[in-house]
Design a protein around this ligand. Structure first.
Ligand SMILES: *Cc1c(COP(=O)(O)O)cnc(C)c1O
Length: 425
């Protein structure tokens, strides 16, 4: 949890800046998109941070994202809304790495965060800042996890929350949102249709619109993934990062983090190649990357069971694509059946239950290793963004009736032996 006893937090925010035009906006007042209709980025006095915080000062701070508070925007400690944002582990996949003949594979397991997804990082910051700026009602469109995180943090902060989901959002997400105190609506459309309703309600009832990248602080929360990753690797970055991309907050946030970390002297100029992973049924960023354009038109008839990456259009499209291009990365799509196989493969072979979006990154890695876009000596990080337990899994379980003798030979013979040979090491 968050503890700070030194009065005002030492924040170094100087202003906000339009990500497209560079136009400046004041911090410490409520902001949405810029006049150009694009996301605002939070800017800091990085020289001030460099002087105030040598990186070894982090050593005795609690293992939560608030350990990087100088790089975060909250000013008053009483406005920090926290549910215990743990540092998430990097879990290696040694057996799979051996079998594929590739380099080290590390999974950043974000499913350990409050509300079971990395949306907690963004919403912890967005809701803390909303509290700091006096917001009383918030609303957002969601495919599930963001709404759940907003609901939880809003309840914690005493802010009323309204959440709009597509009506085929997994039931567990919808119920989780309601249990955590928000009003939840099921819309017969996609997430951007839900977004239109939230914008309409913003005009009519005046709630604060917390749609992806419409407010500046979710990126700052997601930025902590990049800082944390670098710290965990001894202030090194991996060679390649595979990121399941929907609205892109995470990829934009991590890219921003690496830039800021270099400026404050915590990392060098090396950057990971950033790889956008989408599903073939909804791949607007992949198409835009392949065509070499900066903006991605809406993807029609978007479908994939990996709900977190079913985002037909992203307002931060150009920021996502810039991170991919500047890093020398690429964008790639995987089909749903490959995602399903990858999901089962990692769970059964390594004991790590990913979410489908996380499984998509593993499927994409396998393809990239096979076709040489990733080398066999490269260390990769795959992002598992949510707990696999939040998703409907294939039915399982052999029925067993008590009261008659068990034919053990038949029973055990009927249980399939693992497809995968035991680890040789
Ligand atoms: C939100 C979400 C994503 C996409 O993350 P962005 O940073 O918005 O692109 C991927 N997977 C899961 C499970 C999510 O909840």
């Amino acid at each position: 949890m968050f503890e700070w006893t030194g009065g005002e937090l030492p924040t170094f925010v100087t202003h906000l800046e339009c990500s497209l035009t560079g136009e400046r906006y004041p911090a410490d007042t409520l902001q949405t998109l810029s006049k150009a209709g694009r996301p605002l980025l939070v800017r800091y006095d990085l020289d001030g941070i460099r002087r105030a915080l040598p990186r070894d000062k982090l050593a005795d701070r609690p293992q939560t994202l608030w350990r990087y508070r100088e790089l975060l925007p909250v000013r008053r400690p009483e406005n920090v809304v926290s549910l215990g944002e743990v540092v998430t582990p990097l879990v290696s996949l040694p057996r799979i790495s051996d079998r594929l003949g590739g380099g080290e594979i590390l999974v950043k397991d974000e499913g350990r965060l409050p509300t079971g997804s990395f949306k907690a990082r963004g919403l912890a910051l967005a809701v803390s800042m909303a509290k700091e700026l006096g917001v009383e009602t918030m609303a957002m469109p969601t495919n599930g996890n963001a709404g759940a995180a907003m609901a939880a943090y809003c309840s914690r902060a005493g802010i009323k929350a309204y959440v709009f989901c597509p009506d085929d959002t997994p039931a567990v997400n919808v119920r989780e949102i309601a249990m955590q105190g928000a009003e939840v609506f099921l819309v017969d459309g996609l997430i951007d249709d839900c977004g239109k309703l939230v914008a309409e309600g913003e005009q009519e009832v005046g709630w604060f619109n917390c749609s992806t990248l419409r407010e500046p602080y979710r990126i700052e929360g997601k930025k902590t993934m990049g800082i944390e990753l670098a710290e965990q690797l001894g202030w090194e970055v991996p060679d390649v990062i595979f990121y399941p991309t929907g609205g892109g907050t995470g990829i934009i946030g991590m890219w921003k983090a690496f830039g800021e970390l270099e400026k404050i002297g915590w990392i060098g100029p090396k950057r990971p190649r950033m790889v956008v992973v989408q599903a073939t049924g909804c791949a607007p960023m992949v198409k835009a990357w392949e065509e070499g354009v900066e903006h991605a038109p809406r993807w029609e008839n978007a479908h994939t069971f990996a709900a977190g990456i079913r985002v037909p259009q992203a307002v931060g499209d150009f920021l996502i694509l810039r991170a991919v291009r500047e890093s020398g990365g690429f964008a790639t799509a995987v089909a749903d059946d490959m995602i399903a196989d990858a999901w089962r493969e990692v769970a059964s072979e390594e004991g790590l239950l990913l979410c489908p979006e996380g499984a998509a990154t593993y499927a994409a890695y396998k393809n990239a290793l096979a076709d040489g876009r990733v080398g066999t000596d490269e260390r990769v990080v795959l992002f598992n963004c949510a707990s696999g337990l939040k998703y409907p899994m294939p039915e399982a379980g052999t029925p067993l009736k008590l009261g008659s003798a068990v034919d053990w030979r038949k029973l055990i013979g009927a249980i399939p032996t693992p497809r995968i040979p035991a680890h040789k090491r």
